[in-house]
Design a protein around this ligand. Structure first.
Ligand SMILES: Cc1cc2nc3c(=O)[nH]c(=O)nc-3n(C[C@H](O)[C@H](O)[C@H](O)COP(=O)(O)O)c2cc1C
Length: 327
C-alpha cells in the first residue's frame, strides 16, 4: 500500500475535527506516526469541563464522533481504517490508534456514502416543523446506532414528557448554583469574538429564544445581550431520540460518540436537521431517570432532537496545525 503523505493525513484530521463536541470545545489532538502509518487520537484535558462533565464522559463522546469522521474520511480516501480503542491501559488519554495503511484490510464500504454529510452536518437550534419522521427513516437511524454497538430509541409521549421535565430540572439547578453557568460563559463567543474565535459556540449559532413550544434547548445566551437573537415558537411535539449503551465505561463513551456521529451523518443525508441536548445527562440522578421506563436498562449517552427545519450554521474549528503533531 502507498505510504501516506502529510497532506492526506492533514485532510483526514480536518474532516475528523468537523465533528460535534460539547460547547465546541474540540477536546482532541492527533499524532501521526509516519513510519507505522498510525494516527493516534488523544484527549485534550485542557479542554475538559470540570463542572458540567466531571467524569469526561461528554469529552469522550466528542472524541468518538471525531474518530467516526476520521473513519469515514479515510474510507473516502480509499483507505481501510483499523481502529483499536484505548490501546494503552497505562495511558488513558490515548483514546484510539487508527491504522491507516493496513494491507488487505476489509474495505469500509458502508462508511463511504456518509462522506458528503461530514461538511453538511451542523447543529440546528432552530424550530423544526411539526412533521413526523417516516418509519423507514427512523429504522435507518436505529440501524446506524446498532452498527456501532449502541441503541437508538424514539421515546413515546410519556417518556418525552419525563425527558423535558429533566431538562427543566437541570436548568433550575444551574440557575440556583452560582457556578452553574461557568462552563457556558467560558465556551460561548459573543460580540467581535464570535467572528474570530476558533472554538466555542458563537452567538450566531445560538438559535432564537423560544417564545413557545416544548423543545429542550440550552440557554447559551443567558442574561447577556446577543445580536439578532430574536424569539420564535418551537415545536410542541419535538422528535427526540435517546442514544444508549449497555455499559458505561470510557470505551462505551467512545463507542457512543461513533454511533452518535453515524446517526447524525445518516440523518443529515436523509434531509433531517439535528440538535443535541446533554443538559439533563450532566447529573447522575437525572441521567438515571432519563432511561427507557419500560426496559429500565442501558446508560443514556445523548438526547437528540431531530426534525425538518433550517440547517444550523457552520461553526469554527481550530486549524489542523494546532491539533496534529507529526512524529
Ligand atoms: C457530548 C456533547 C454534548 C452536547 N450538548 C449540547 C447541548 O446540551 N445543547 C446544544 O445545543 N448542543 C449540544 N451539543 C452540540 C455542540 O454544541 C456542537 O456540536 C458544537 O457547538 C459544534 O457545532 P456543530 O455541531 O454545529 O458542528 C453537544 C455535543 C456533544 C458532542
Amino acid at each position: 500500500m502507498r505510504p501516506l503523505d502529510v497532506q492526506t493525513v492533514s485532510t483526514l484530521v480536518e474532516e475528523a475535527t468537523a465533528a460535534p463536541s460539547m460547547h465546541n470545545a474540540q477536546p482532541w489532538s492527533f499524532r501521526f506516526v509516519a513510519a507505522e502509518g498510525l494516527l493516534l487520537l488523544f484527549a485534550d484535558l485542557d479542554r475538559a469541563m470540570h463542572r458540567s462533565d466531571p467524569g469526561n464522559r461528554a469529552l469522550h463522546i466528542g472524541c468518538g464522533a471525531a474518530l467516526f469522521n476520521l473513519r469515514v474520511a479515510a474510507a473516502h480516501a480509499g483507505l481501510a481504517p483499523q481502529v483499536v480503542l484505548l490501546p494503552d491501559p497505562a495511558d488513558p488519554l490515548l483514546l484510539a490508534a487508527v491504522q491507516l495503511t493496513e494491507p488487505g484490510a476489509p474495505a469500509a464500504d458502508d462508511l463511504r456514502p456518509l462522506y458528503p454529510a461530514i461538511g453538511q452536518r451542523h447543529t440546528s437550534r432552530h424550530p423544526f416543523d411539526e412533521k413526523d419522521i417516516p418509519d423507514d427513516v427512523q429504522a435507518g437511524l436505529r440501524a446506524a446506532a446498532a452498527r456501532e454497538g449502541a441503541e437508538l430509541l424514539f421515546p413515546g409521549p410519556w417518556h418525552i414528557d419525563t425527558l423535558l421535565e429533566l431538562v427543566r430540572d437541570a436548568e433550575s439547578r444551574d440557575i440556583l448554583d452560582p457556578g452553574g453557568r461557568a462552563d457556558l460563559d467560558h465556551w460561548t463567543r459573543i460580540g467581535p469574538e464570535a467572528e474570530t474565535a476558533t472554538d466555542g459556540v458563537p452567538e450566531y449559532a445560538f438559535g432564537p429564544r423560544p417564545s413557545g413550544g416544548r423543545a429542550p434547548l440550552r440557554d447559551f445566551a443567558g442574561r447577556r445581550a446577543v445580536a439578532e437573537h430574536d424569539s420564535a415558537p418551537f415545536e410542541q411535539n419535538p422528535h427526540l431520540a435517546l442514544l444508549s449503551t449497555h455499559t458505561d465505561t470510557p470505551a462505551d463513551w467512545l463507542l457512543a460518540g461513533q454511533a452518535l456521529e453515524r446517526v447524525l451523518l445518516r440523518a443529515t443525508l436523509a434531509g433531517l436537521a439535528t440538535a443535541l441536548t446533554s443538559h439533563a445527562l450532566e447529573s447522575r440522578e437525572l441521567r438515571l431517570l432519563a432511561r427507557d421506563p419500560v426496559s429500565g436498562t442501558g446508560h443514556v449517552q445523548m438526547v437528540l432532537r431531530l426534525g425538518y427545519g433550517p440547517p444550523g450554521p457552520a461553526t469554527p474549528r481550530r486549524p489542523v496545525r494546532d491539533v496534529l503533531d507529526i512524529a
